[in-house]
Design a protein around this ligand. Structure first.
Ligand code: TRP
Length: 335
């Protein structure tokens, strides 16, 4: 851990029994690459996962499942700080202070909140869901992260984070680094296999490929992926979103360019193409699945890694909070 390298922080919620291909290609793969030249902090954001109704045993299981997938994807706990958000109570403490700097209207404008609150039936939305982006700001600011690798859908939360950092600094003195969003755009968006205009998401079981899914099921979903009647393997996001999505997936995992693939499949049908996409996906996920199995079958080892990560994270977070408490004007406890 070299202090001169820029710091990155990111996290995902432990709200599924597996991450999916969109999470791997849109987030995890970039996180892994960033480790080479960044001081990286990656957390499993379990505090965020309770902003909607949840089952305790399921959350606990999924927190390990998420961490094991981070490791399986290549997050290296010797180079990066890998931890569980709730193991570092300072996130919640800073979250409260930042809530007191956030306007009701400002928080109410967050589109992810508005979407989720609407889906949850309006009144059913919790105050925690409302405060979600402010806790996210605390996750980032408490480590003085320089960059935050996230998808386009998180841009508004990053803007709020920057606003809160600047507001705190202006009101109480220079304290927080104002982070830059690092919007991941290198691969095209990974879309739903059944509805290739929507982002791949866990809410659409037949359109999503899970990282931990068995090979037969992956092949079946790809075989059934929606295409078109044009019958040429060619990228055209507007008119051929399904085929384009499969090309994006193939290219991202095989390392071959879309142009090269178009040439290779000229004159061939969708059947051959889909069979090859399935082989590429299954082949790419096999070693990840094998590494995942080793971690999940050894919860002792996994928990030991998470404990070390939490300790490292806590030491940074605690130091930040010493400054924050002082600047805000809290009386230091006699000690
Ligand atoms: N809101 C993010 C998402 O849904 C998850 C998240 C929580 C996060 N805290 C974070 C991402 C801090 C980056 C940094 O993807």
């Amino acid at each position: 851990m070299d202090a001169a390298r820029p710091r990155v922080l990111s996290g995902m919620q432990p709200t599924a029994d597996s991450f999916h291909l969109g999470n791997l290609l849109g987030a995890l793969r970039h996180w892994v690459a960033l480790q080479d030249d960044h001081d990286a902090f990656y957390c499993v954001v379990d505090l965020h996962a309770i902003t909607v109704p949840h089952d305790p045993a399921t959350l606990r299981r999924r927190t390990r499942v998420a961490a094991a997938q981070y490791l399986a994807a290549g997050i290296d706990p010797d180079r990066s700080t890998l931890f569980v958000q709730s193991h570092v109570p300072q996130h919640t403490e800073l979250g409260w202070i930042l809530q007191c700097l956030t306007g009701m209207g400002e928080a109410g404008r967050m589109t992810q909140y508005k979407d989720k609150a609407q889906k949850g039936g309006g009144d059913a939305a919790s105050v925690g869901l409302f405060a979600y982006p402010i806790l996210q700001a605390a996750d980032i600011l408490i480590y003085h992260a320089d960059r935050v690798p996230v998808g386009e859908d998180q841009r508004q939360h990053l803007e709020l984070t920057r606003d809160l950092a600047q507001r705190f600094n202006a009101r109480f003195g220079e304290t927080f680094t104002v982070p830059e969003p690092h919007i991941v755009r290198t691969t095209g968006k990974i879309l739903d296999l059944q509805e290739p205009t929507a982002k791949m998401s866990k809410s659409s079981p037949s359109g999503v490929i899970d990282l931990l899914e068995d090979p037969a099921s992956i092949a079946k979903k790809i075989r059934r992926a929606v295409t078109d009647t044009d019958a040429t393997v060619r990228a055209d996001a507007e008119n051929k979103p399904g085929v384009t999505n499969l090309l994006t997936i193939h290219s991202a995992l095989s390392g071959r360019s879309v142009a090269e693939l178009e040439e290779a499949y000229a004159g061939k049908g969708y059947g051959d193409f889909k069979a090859d996409v399935a082989d590429v996906v299954v082949g790419a996920l096999a070693p990840l699945q094998e590494r995942y199995r080793r971690w999940i079958e050894d919860p002792e080892a996994l928990d030991t890694i998470l404990a070390a990560g939490a300790e490292r994270a806590r030491s940074v977070a605690a130091a930040t909070m010493v400054d924050v408490r002082d600047r805000v004007g809290f009386l230091a406890a006699k000690g």
